[in-house]
Design a protein around this ligand. Structure first.
Ligand code: SAH
Ligand code: SF4
Ligand code: F3S
Length: 453
């Protein structure tokens, strides 16, 4: 982050949740840049603090309030100097809890949801206005296109960049808040996406990850006036010279269509790793979750993807202890994991979210049973993960070095399979794609030696 110049204002953003939120935090910083705000790494003495929140699992709201409580003295210190610290809550908790946050935390100035970030200049003007204190709650889903109004330049994009192509979700899984916090599915136009991708590559991106809450439901308007799916979009993005790697996340099994699967076989740049959440291996639970597919459909998709791209690997999300999940249902999930073989996974105990259908379901699973299932599932996944990482020893993998390690002289990057790879290398190699001979594999990472080019 750049040094803060004298008459600029300091902006501190804390981000929770998914990559979409990370992308959004970057875009908020871009919107606020022209107003004189520069990003800083700590909240001390900040002129504006934004908590970009996530509402996906329990205690989300509590966490926000405890953070707000911790930040409050900083605001008071600032006020004692006759200065103002604007405190804002953004993201999915803001969308879900709107007014309640302003009520419970009178020192919060602004609460605004994910669809309103392009309106930040107006909101800041009102909150800092000369006419007394105007507190803002903005949880609208405005009809106009947020993406049209966000600035073109992205300041923090980097060598591995995110690009949001789709927002919202129409799937309504019974446990999930996203359709309520992010609203209906919306796809950006192909032209807008390609322009943004080209700008990112011009600014030095070698890797782009296309983002969406349900990214493979993408159905954007193409330059030919037709509706394009994700497969077609990927082929177009892959044409950009200078772009080396392409990924997309997060997908729903139901939206893995033939064209998208075919794209995995055609596009060398599309990395051989796919995050494909399945949640459960039991048809009964999948149905109760309203996932709209069976375990067999999931196996079928995996098989077809492997046929198209034999080196492809998978990660997934699982929920254990969903209401009415029996031992047998859980064993079906373990069986699915054994049959597919994942290289990494996120797994959670079911958390009842207010306003979702699953929150009212009966036959709750006892917490100690859910914890035990989670531990068994995670042990199995860890075994698979270590086995895969060990199997990489002796291979040469292209690694995109994008950050410094903790030890001096150490750089870290990602393999095609999203493993973190640690190498000894001069700082000048950062932000480049290098071939690494893998010498060791651990639970969560690999180490290796850069091969002579
Ligand atoms: N759109 C993605 C995931 C969105 S949320 C999909 O379709 O899968 C990320 C993950 O959080 C989910 O995959 C799920 O595993 C987990 N999750 C969401 N709601 C949850 C809840 N109420 N309790 C526990 N885990 C949940
Ligand atoms: Fe939530 Fe389901 Fe939509 Fe994923 S597909 S965001 S889990 S409702
Ligand atoms: Fe969380 Fe909202 Fe993302 S609830 S996971 S930040 S879409």
């Amino acid at each position: 982050m750049s040094a803060v110049k004298k008459n600029t204002k300091k902006l501190y953003i804390k981000t929770w949740g998914c990559q979409m939120n990370a992308y959004d935090s970057g875009r908020m910083a871009d919107v606020l840049g022209p107003l004189g705000y520069e990003s800083v790494d700590t909240p001390e003495d900040a002129d504006m603090v934004i908590l970009n929140t996530c509402h996906i699992r329990e205690k989300a709201t509590d966490k926000v309030f405890s953070d707000l409580g911790r930040l409050r003295p900083l605001k008071e210190q600032k006020a004692a100097k006759g200065e103002k610290m604007l405190m804002a809550v953004a993201g999915c908790v803001a969308q879900a809890e709107g007014d309640f946050i302003l009520e419970r935390a009178p020192y919060v100035d602004m609460v605004f949801g994910p669809q309103t970030y392009h309106e930040l200049p107006e909101m800041v003007a009102k909150a800092t206005g000369a006419f007394g204190k105007a507190r803002i709650v903005n949880t609208e889903f405005p009809g106009d296109d947020k993406f049209d109004k966000l600035p073109e330049e992205q300041s923090n994009a980097g060598v591995s960049a995110f690009l949001s192509i789709q927002e919202g979700c129409d799937k309504f899984c019974t446990f999930c808040v996203v359709p309520y916090t992010r609203g209906a599915e919306y796809s950006r136009s192909v032209t807008q996406i390609i322009d943004e991708a080209k700008r990112l590559v011009d600014q030095g991106a070698l890797e782009i990850t296309l983002l969406g809450q349900n990214v493979n439901a993408f159905h954007g308007e193409g330059p030919d006036g037709q509706t394009w799916g994700l497969g077609r979009l990927l082929r177009e993005v892959a044409k950009i010279d200078g772009l080396e790697r392409l990924r997309y996340t997060t997908s729903h099994p139901r939206d893995m269509d033939d064209d998208l699967i075919a794209a995995h076989g055609e596009l060398e740049k599309l990395q051989p790793f796919l995050h494909l959440p399945v949640q459960s291996g039991s048809d009964k639970i999948l149905e109760a979750m309203n996932r709209k597919h069976t375990r067999d459909l999931f196996f079928d998709i995996i098989e077809r993807l492997r046929a198209a791209r034999p080196d492809i690997t998978f990660s997934s999300d699982f929920i254990v202890g969903f209401p009415s999940e029996t031992d047998e249902d859980f064993e079906d999930t373990m069986d699915l994991i054994r049959r597919v073989g994942f290289v990494s996974t996120y797994s959670f105990k079911f958390s009842a979210r207010p306003g979702t259908p699953a929150a009212n379901m009966k036959n709750l699973v006892r917490d100690d049973i859910a914890s035990e299932r989670l531990a068994r599932l995670q042990a199995l996944i860890n075994e698979q993960q270590i086995a895969f990482n060990k199997a990489c020893i002796g291979r040469t993998l292209p690694v995109l070095l994008d950050r410094k390690g903790k030890k001096p002289g150490q750089l870290v990057g990602r393999s095609p399979y999203m493993q973190s790879v640690f190498v000894e290398a001069p700082d000048t190699t950062i932000n480049s794609l290098v071939n690494v001979h893998i010498t060791d594999g651990f639970e969560n990472s690999l180490t290796g030696i850069i091969e002579k080019q």
